[in-house]
Design a protein around this ligand. Structure first.
Ligand code: PPE
Length: 305
């Protein structure tokens, strides 16, 4: 990824060049990981750049903050406008958008209440998450020895920076074992999600995904469930055991960054035909048609810049 040091970052209402967009080293976030964030994509369409499901992402940012008693001093509409302005000033046709709210510099110590709530938004060009080649032929995935935290430890419904300490352990381990990405099991040992993606399996033409007990409430997950139902598929949320992954006809990941990424192997076992399956391809095509503004039934999910 090539960074433009003059790229404009929205910092609580001001645009600051990336090279000058700094925070205090004693900020609460640096010491205790006190942040909540979003990952959103803006796609190039015939009618100009369009942000996909902007409102749902900003609502989730506010929801994540609520869990941690971080009151964001902007309305959802103001946050949506700030994202749009940031894309405009950076003059990008398509980009990844990263809004983040964190606790700044106040008192140090675990109690966060004296530390101010700060919000920034960055945008940059970001291609396929796992890889172009994998989008077509499928990714090679391993189940991690690291599990998702139990529900009474770190709440997974908050998209909090600290959750990604768990994700990065799994992702690092996957890389060390030669895999493209990791799948994490939940605290009981059932399939949860990828380090930065939700997961789906296809069995006999039916589409199945884990319920929300131990996974992020993914917006792409919801998009793909909606698209699959629109296409006439049955979609259910189930408890999925590890070996059921191996026997599935198809497995794929979803995420704002990962979009719809096929999986060709898990734990060195070929999945289905060993490459992107037909239903995954159908959903991938429907997804890109939708986000690129080519679908008639776009559910009102595109915010044109
Ligand atoms: N689970 C996790 C753990 C996760 O991080 C993501 C998104 C998802 C599921 C899918 O959620 P959604 O984007 O709403 O469909 N991961 C973000 C961060 C990736 C990163 O490397 O950073 C993303 O896709 O933007």
């Amino acid at each position: 990824m090539a960074w433009d040091e003059n790229s404009k970052i929205w910092m609580d209402g001001e645009f600051v060049a990336l090279k000058d967009a700094k925070i205090n080293i004693l900020s609460h976030v640096v010491h205790y990981g006190t942040s909540v964030f979003e990952g959103i994509r803006c796609y190039e369409t015939e009618k100009g750049p369009a942000v996909f499901r902007l409102e749902e992402h900003m609502q989730r940012l506010i929801d994540s903050a609520k869990i941690y008693k971080m009151e964001i001093p902007y309305t959802k509409e103001e946050l949506m406008d700030a994202v749009i302005e940031t894309i405009k000033v950076n003059n990008l046709k398509s980009c990844y958008i990263r809004p983040i709210t964190y606790r700044g510099f106040g008192e140090l110590g675990v109690n966060p209440l004296s530390c101010p709530i700060e919000t920034t938004i960055a945008v940059w060009e970001w291609g396929s998450y796992i890889g172009e080649e994998e989008m077509e032929n499928g990714a090679n995935i391993g189940v991690s020895t690291w599990r998702k935290p139990a529900p009474d430890t770190l709440p997974v419904m908050a998209k909090a920076g600290a959750n990604y300490m768990n994700s990065q352990l799994a992702n690092l381990e996957a890389g060390e074992h030669g895999y493209d990405e990791a799948i994490l099991l939940d605290y009981q040992g059932y399939v949860a999600e990828g380090s930065g993606e939700n997961i789906f399996i296809v069995e006999n033409g039916k589409i199945i995904t884990p319920n929300l007990a131990s996974v992020l409430r993914g917006i792409t997950r919801d998009t793909v469930i909606t698209l699959a139902k629109d296409l006439g598929y049955e979609v259910t949320e189930e408890i999925i055991s590890r070996e059921r992954l191996y026997l599935a006809d198809e497995v794929f990941f979803t995420g704002s960054a990962a979009e719809v990424t096929p999986i060709r192997a898990i734990d060195n076992r070929e999945i289905g035909i060993g490459k992107r399956g037909p239903i995954t391809k159908e959903l991938q095509d429907a997804f890109f048609e939708l986000v690129e503004g080519k679908s008639e039934n776009d559910h009102g999910w595109l915010t044109y810049i």
